[in-house]
Design a binder for this molecule. Structure first.
Ligand SMILES: [Zn+2]
Length: 289
């Protein structure tokens, strides 16, 4: 599932390709996403242009001219493809590979620009969504109004997190996954952050000491920045059909690595997998206390 770094790379990729192009046509192959796409509203896009693309948490905000915003969440398997004027297909982030044979049947919405350029919203499991919001009402939007701070902003710091965690009985894994505490993290990055911070995912947050809280902040910023950088550079020219598969998984130290040897120097323990609130947690029993 795409988390903050993957969505940020989508944003940066699309900024380079689709801004200020007039939208000529939109077709819906299947609008039954997490919320059914409103056909009337999507027709409002015709004649407009995307003038800015922003990211908040795991949401993409496409700003259009004439006070109109399109809000997109990629859910579990949502992805955007860009087709250029020569019909060449490009990926827009690093969490998936292109599959020319299979992709097409999951193309849900197609946005047509001038010169035959296209933006395709593809979603296998259809947990993502596309909604439209008037600019004025945007800040009150139900998906955005209760989000905690962006982890890469200064507001997300030691004092904030210490105060947030104070007295709470929840475990640290669920706390960091909670979008009200910090926005944009999901299962993959929380596993990674706790591994590099040496903290057992089951620890109650009220029992974390200052040094541990501080490590969480530091590692969150470091890991996210690093992933955005690596992910962005791996699709630099945005075009990937060289058949390289599964590189995404290689970016992580513990996520998806049950039974593999811990990557810390001098630790020969195998990575364990446990389930916390129905989500897989990967950690090293020796390095994470
Ligand atoms: Zn270890």
């Amino acid at each position: 599932m795409p988390e903050l770094p993957e969505v940020e790379v989508v944003k940066r990729s699309l900024e380079r390709k689709i801004l200020h192009l007039a939208i000529k046509k939109v077709t819906i192959n299947d609008g039954n996403l997490r919320y059914k796409i409103n056909k009337k509203e999507i027709l409002n896009l015709i004649g407009r242009k995307f003038i800015e693309i922003k990211r908040r948490s795991k949401f993409l905000i496409f700003k259009l001219n004439k006070d109109f915003h399109m809000l997109v969440h990629l859910g579990m398997t949502g992805k955007f493809f860009y087709i250029d004027r020569k019909k060449k297909k490009f990926k827009t982030s690093f969490y998936y590979d292109l599959n020319y044979k299979k992709d097409q049947k999951h193309d849900r919405v197609i946005f047509y620009f001038s010169n035959d350029q296209k933006l395709i919203y593809n979603d296998i499991r259809k947990f993502g969504f596309i909604k439209f919001v008037k600019k004025k009402k945007f800040l009150e939007n139900i998906h955005l109004r209760n989000l905690g701070p962006e982890p890469l902003e200064k507001k997300y710091n030691f004092l904030y997190l210490k105060k947030y965690m104070n007295g709470r009985k929840r475990n640290v894994k669920n706390t960091l996954m909670d979008q009200r505490c910090v926005s944009g993290l999901g299962n993959i990055y929380v596993n990674e952050i706790l591994f590099f911070s040496g903290i057992n995912p089951k620890r109650k947050v009220k029992n974390l000491n200052d040094s541990e809280i501080s490590r969480i902040i530091k590692n969150t910023k470091k890991i996210l920045k690093n992933s955005i950088k690596l992910g962005g550079s791996s699709i630099k020219d945005f075009y990937s059909d060289d058949g390289k598969k599964g590189e995404f998984q290689q970016l992580f130290a513990v996520y998806g690595r049950k039974g593999e040897i811990c990557s810390n120097t001098d630790c020969k323990k195998k990575i364990s997998k446990i389930v916390i609130s129905n989500r897989a947690s990967f950690y090293c029993r020796r390095c994470q206390k």
